[in-house]
Design a protein around this ligand. Structure first.
Ligand SMILES: Nc1nc2c(ncn2[C@@H]2O[C@H](COP(=O)(O)OP(=O)(O)OP(=O)(O)O)[C@@H](O)[C@H]2O)c(=O)[nH]1
Ligand SMILES: [Mg+2]
Length: 173
């Protein structure tokens, strides 16, 4: 028996997180897929087995929508002298913040509980500040992050891979 890895699938809303889980699970009925933001509203667990062996727990998560708001909250209410995990924990235990940033809190809580995260990117999008803010708050959870590009057809990934490399994310799929 191996201990299953737990892997959170995270990213901006409508980037194809639930679709990626469907592909990995070979299950076209998993979750809800729609071309609209905020389709997935809760964390959903799925397990990949090899016979009797449980290999990977996958967690689908709601899309990040206001990482900038979360980062503003963290910068205002927590100390830069605390480490990222401490600051995220303060955010997660704050009732008001939890209420205002409900979806983001679900994502961060799941990343904190997982062994690693896949960060799904819509490669058609330019590298906007909101995506940088997402990677900043995710990095504070101190878990390995694997960037996964979606919608890659005819897209030049250079701007994205440069930005990821500056954040020591040198490997991507
Ligand atoms: N053509 C194409 N469409 C895709 C692909 N992946 C996702 N989509 C479409 O993109 C839209 C969003 O997909 P979802 O899987 O619901 O995205 P999500 O990230 O889970 O969205 P939220 O739960 O709202 O955060 C849907 O219309 C999907 O059919 C892909 O690889 N190719
Ligand atoms: Mg979804």
């Amino acid at each position: 028996m191996t201990t299953p890895l737990s892997l959170a699938v995270v990213g901006h809303t409508n980037t194809g997180k639930t679709s990626l889980l469907r592909t990995l699970l070979r299950d076209s009925t998993f979750g809800e897929v729609k071309n609209a933001p905020s389709t997935t509203r809760h964390v959903e667990e799925a397990l990949i087995n090899d016979g009797d062996d449980s290999l990977v727990y996958l967690y689908d998560t709601p899309g990040l929508e206001d990482a900038g708001g979360v980062l503003d909250w963290l910068e205002t209410h927590t100390s830069a002298r605390d480490d990222g995990i401490e600051r995220i924990q303060q955010f997660l235990s704050n009732h008001e913040a939890h209420h205002e940033f409900n979806q983001e809190a679900k994502v961060l809580r799941q990343v904190m509980q997982s062994d690693m995260a896949m960060y799904v990117i819509d490669a058609r999008e330019p590298v906007l500040d909101k995506y940088k803010d997402e990677l900043t708050i995710l990095s504070w959870c101190a878990k390995p992050i694997m960037p996964v590009f979606n919608f890659t057809q005819n897209q030049d990934l250079t701007a994205w891979t440069n930005m990821l490399a500056r954040r020591t994310l040198h490997v991507y799929a």
